[in-house]
Design a protein around this ligand. Structure first.
Ligand code: GMT
Length: 380
């Protein structure tokens, strides 16, 4: 199959899912074309089955806002025609589903009918998409998609609650992980560079936006530190990075907190981590937690959105109400204090992550592509 994929190329879960899915599809022999404004960060494997086409937005003094959707839909039309693309898969509804719909309409004028699959990822529904400024366009383009998937049951329910969309329009296809990523050897997993042998390593990875409750991460860690020698590794960048640094300074724990910025090597960081913190305000799935779990890292999280579908209470970690940092810290300490308990949670985390194996999920997307393709053949 020839598949065009539209996604955000920056650090963020939807881009990671789009990239990993494309790589898995390419390995199965499908031809995958990424169409976005820069090469997706985790797409380090361009080969005969994986291609990248850059969307360039022409600047013009009259434009206060550059018309990215227009450039994207025009590029889609060109690429779909040039490479005989059969299926279009857009990740993150805004503005990708809308641009995809416009491309579909333009192509239909030339007798080309290309089916579109839209995957909803989270904030495209729960935060941004729901805003009255976008809602009519988001509702329209979701309804017009030939197939719609959501990355968790919770996100499906949020979508049905917030938008006027028919229930059977959305199928839940959970995010996934390649278990082999969790098998790094000592050569690559350099724990000694990060912490003393007696210290536990606590990790957080995100884009440091308000929804991630970054200050809670630092406050929880501060409480852990009072009971257990530890280091906190903060991976990522974003608007609240500065707040986190400031808070660490105020608490006098800067020597225990390592800010690493954005990294393409999160597996090399997670492999020596002992605990992952995800106290988010909302989270449709929590891919970063799943990535941690594949490395046997238990998770202390909030119970928001789809996180309970990923992190299992008392098994792979613990979940608390958003903002309950005392409970999160108490649970974290209970896992970290004793080797025996930590090791049990580590094994459980890996067991739970195995439920989201790439080999189980990729065929589900493949079936969806085949189904929408059949529909295309019926209408053309
Ligand atoms: O909002 C983000 O953190 C980024 C966003 C994205 O699309 O890049 O993440 C969302 O999609 C991820 C992949 O499906 C999910 O794992 C995240 O939970 C989700 N984020 C939120 O819902 C806040």
């Amino acid at each position: 199959m020839k598949i065009a994929v539209v996604c955000y190329p920056t650090y963020g879960g939807s881009g990671v899912v789009a990239t990993e899915l494309g790589i898995a599809m390419a390995k199965k022999g499908h031809e995958v074309h990424y169409i976005t404004y820069s090469q997706p960060v985790r797409l380090d494997m361009l080969n005969e089955n994986i291609h990248f086409h850059e969307v360039i937005v022409q600047e013009y003094p009259l434009f206060h806002y550059q018309p990215y959707e227009l450039a994207l839909s025009s590029k889609l039309v060109r690429i779909i025609k040039r490479y005989d693309i059969e299926v279009l898969h857009v990740h993150y509804a805004i503005p990708h589903a809308y641009a995809g719909y416009m491309a579909q309409q333009m192509l239909a004028q030339d007798g080309i009918h290309i089916p579109m699959v839209t995957t909803l990822h989270g904030t495209d529904i729960t935060l941004v998409g729901n805003h009255p400024h976008y809602k009519p366009a988001v509702t329209f383009s979701i309804n017009q998609s030939n197939a719609v998937t959501s990355v968790s049951q919770s996100l499906k329910e949020d979508t049905l609650r917030l938008f006027n969309i028919k229930e059977d329009k959305i199928e839940v296809v959970p995010n996934f992980i390649d278990a082999s990523k969790g098998n790094l050897g000592n050569e690559e997993c350099k724990r000694h560079m990060m912490a003393e042998p007696n210290e536990r390593i606590v990790t957080h990875i995100s884009n440091f936006r308000p929804v991630k409750r970054i200050e809670d991460v630092v406050l929880i860690f501060d409480k852990i530190l009072k009971k257990v020698p530890a280091k906190l590794i903060m991976v990522g960048d974003g608007p609240l990075l500065i707040n986190a640094r400031k808070l660490a300074q105020e608490l006098g724990i800067t020597d225990k907190v390592i800010f690493m910025g954005n990294s393409n090597e999160i597996h090399k960081i997670l492999c020596f981590s002992d605990l992952f913190l995800l106290p988010s305000e909302t989270e449709s799935f929590g891919l970063a937690a799943l990535e941690a779990m594949i490395h046997k890292v238990p998770v202390i999280s909030s119970n928001a959105g789809g996180i309970p579908e990923v992190n299992k209470q008392g098994f792979s970690g613990y979940l608390s109400d958003v903002g309950n940092i005392d409970e999160m810290a108490k649970n974290a300490i209970s896992i970290l204090e004793f080797d025996e308990i930590l090791n049990k949670f580590k094994e459980n985390a890996k067991t739970q992550a195995a439920n989201f194996d790439v080999n189980a999920i990729v065929p589900v997307y493949e079936e969806i592509y085949k189904r929408v393709l059949k529909h295309k053949q019926l209408i053309s």
